[in-house]
Design a protein around this ligand. Structure first.
Ligand SMILES: [Zn+2]
Length: 198
């Protein structure tokens, strides 16, 4: 395993994003009905294990000095990244999943030791909803929530989890109401609904 000691710049992270197809440029119709010129699919970063390793090695650098006993992540988005980051940090890794009532819980025999220092990991944080739920679950299970980590903080530092959030890239993607979309106004490329099947 190669581990570069230098810090990865935002440009380098974005280069991996583009190489993986995780960041598309164009004219997109979001689920909210708004239009955007970029679309992010974070899961694509983990299709190539080499990309996943590079990003998680860089994030592990940022986490130097943080006391971490284990990683817990929300299913499904955080599972692969949790594993990849745990590998870099040399710690154990578990994940939480929703039960029939929609609440996060540890299943499959997963548990947190009393006062274990737990880092909650998710690939992308926007509102921080599921990360916050897993942080609460960790505390309710007797563990200590050390903080949270993600590849992309899409709130650009605005989300408040009640603990530190470590991110590799802090980035807000602008979007507009359809009537105010500058791409539509400029007669740009046709509108695409990302993720939809042809
Ligand atoms: Zn538009």
């Amino acid at each position: 395993m190669h581990c570069e000691l230098k810090k990865m710049t935002n440009g380098e992270v974005l280069k991996i994003f583009e190489a993986s197809g995780g960041l598309l440029s164009g004219h997109f119709l979001l689920t909210s009905g708004r239009h955007s010129d970029r679309y992010m699919q974070c899961a694509k970063l983990f299709v190539d294990p080499e990309h996943a390793e590079q990003l998680c090695a860089a994030l592990a650098q940022k986490l130097k000095g943080v006391d971490i006993g284990m990683i817990a992540s929300p299913a499904i988005g955080g599972i692969v990244m949790g594993y990849a980051l745990a590998r870099q940090l040399g710690v154990k890794n578990i994940f939480a999943e929703r039960n029939a009532e929609g609440r996060m819980e540890f299943r499959r025999g997963f548990s947190v030791k009393p006062n274990e220092r737990v880092l909650v990991v998710e690939d992308v944080v926007t509102t921080g909803g599921s990360v916050r739920e897993v942080l609460d679950l960790v505390r309710a299970s007797g563990g200590a929530a050390t903080g949270a980590a993600c590849i992309v903080d899409r709130s650009a530092g605005r989300v408040d989890l009640g603990c530190p959030l470590y991110s590799l890239l802090s980035m807000e993607i602008p979007s507009w109401e359809a009537t105010a979309c500058p791409i539509c106004k400029a007669g740009g490329p046709p509108l695409v609904k990302p993720g939809s099947r042809k």
